[in-house]
Design a binder for this molecule. Structure first.
Ligand code: ZN
Length: 437
């Protein structure tokens, strides 16, 4: 009997040790992040922000900052409403949002859903096509018939003054198609898909969901070198504009809301209904006063704000209108910036003639004999990297300015700017190329 009790005691101890070890394994990294890594990142970021210097304005046009490829309640996997989207956009200082809601039927009408100017923020409706993902924003009242052949749809949308960009560049596309205008060179969702351990990403996100959420969200970040190489190679044939997608759904969460009949709907990941019940002890304990969107309980990871503040596309333009912004985007007058690291307004990339006069900006084409120098300026000290047709050919460390003479060498010249946090260089800005021919 004593032997049996002793053995049972040992087994219990063993189970306890295994349990505690497991807990340590699961929570060690999130806690290490919470108390060591993220505060250090925060400190370094504050230090970096203090080095902000407003660059001289070389490019005449205004820098409009916004997001492309975002979802709303018009998508089957989002519940996003204007009263959630707008405050988040304001908090992230956005000027525009180009939506790409999932298609609802074969006959897709435009404009629809959230569309227009709201408190100075422009929202343009659009669709993310089924199959090989594509974003279309026709920018006019029309109906797209998705039963038509894909390339014909692209031709019609672009020919009609609209926009057609390939999304999810990790997927197969008809890259040789002659009419699409650009592609994603970064997408938060694409980046999330390559995480080897999504469970530990989620646990880290839960442990660090408070003031460090922007860091826990960024744990998914990997430099998308395969996609940028593809982008470079496509640009050797014709201009393919690079843009960033937030692919915001605000749907990786557990939320609850009261229905008009008094029952409670629990909503889980991908905005799916988990259950509809009469309020019981769980609801009494967890639910409080509903927020503006009606949520009486929420545990969220990818709020609109954190997605809108993650990565932006900046456009140089003179008017905040869908048509004007679209025109600037398809010209490639655009750069991508990871805004939760640092705000990028002020960043510029352009070419000058022998007298130092600006004669082309990012996205433009210019004769080799006319491009005396390529210049970039940054509001923060960065490492400037210059790529010619996909190859790194020059770099400068810890500088606000960068100047390079292409010496009559044709090629597509683009800049990557990296900032340093915790001793690590992080890609911060990707410009579209200047095409020197
Ligand atoms: Zn999407």
């Amino acid at each position: 009997m004593r032997g049996f009790r002793k053995t049972m005691g040992l087994v219990a101890k063993l189970i306890a040790i295994i349990f505690v070890t497991l807990l340590l394994v699961v929570f060690a990294k999130p806690l290490w992040n919470k108390y060591i890594v993220y505060p250090e990142l925060e400190k370094d970021r504050t230090k970096l922000w203090k080095t902000y210097r407003k660059p001289k304005q070389f490019i005449g046009n205004h820098d409009f900052k916004g997001v492309l490829h975002s979802h709303t309640y018009r998508s089957h996997d989002s519940r996003g409403q204007l009263n959630e989207i707008l405050p988040a956009a304001r908090q992230a200082s956005l000027d525009f949002i180009f939506l790409a809601d999932h298609r609802i039927s074969d006959q897709d009408s435009f404009p629809r859903g959230i569309h227009g100017m709201f408190d100075g923020i422009l929202i343009e409706s659009g669709t993310e096509s089924p199959g090989a993902a594509m974003m279309v924003n026709p920018l006019k009242a029309t109906i797209i018939d998705w039963k038509k052949e894909r390339n014909q749809i692209i031709r019609e949308v672009v020919g009609g003054g609209g926009m057609a960009f390939y999304l999810h560049s990790e997927e197969n596309h008809d890259w040789g198609n002659a009419d699409y205008q650009g592609m994603e060179i970064y997408n938060i969702h694409t980046d999330l898909k390559d995480e080897k351990n999504p469970v530990s990403f989620l646990i880290n996100g839960m442990v660090n969901s408070g003031k460090h959420r922007h860091w826990s969200y960024r744990e998914l970040f990997d430099e998308q070198t395969k996609i940028t190489s593809l982008w470079d190679s496509l640009n050797n044939h014709r201009k393919i504009v690079g843009m960033a997608a937030v692919d915001a759904h605000n749907n990786q969460s557990i939320r609850a809301r009261y229905l008009p009949d008094g029952r409670v709907e629990w909503v889980g990941s991908n905005a799916k209904t988990l259950s509809i019940t009469k309020p019981g002890w769980k609801e009494k304990l967890l639910l409080s006063k509903p927020d503006v969107a009606g949520w009486a309980f929420k545990m969220e990871l990818d709020t609109y704000f954190h997605s809108f503040n993650f990565v932006n596309t900046h456009l140089f333009g003179d008017t905040l209108s869908s048509r004007s912004l679209k025109n600037e985007l398809v010209k490639g007058h655009a750069y991508v910036a990871f805004e939760s690291l640092a705000q990028a307004n002020g960043f510029q990339y352009f070419a000058t003639d022998a007298n130092g006069k600006l004669n082309a900006i990012l996205g433009d084409s210019i004769q080799a004999s006319q491009a005396y120098s390529l210049q970039a300026v940054s509001p923060f000290p960065v490492r400037f990297e210059l790529y010619r047709s996909g190859k790194l050919i020059d770099s400068r460390d810890n500088s606000y300015e960068y100047k390079f003479s292409p010496d009559n060498k044709p090629g597509n010249y683009r800049i990557v700017a990296r900032i340093t946090l915790r001793g690590t260089l992080l890609p911060w800005v990707y410009t579209n190329p200047i095409y020197v021919y």
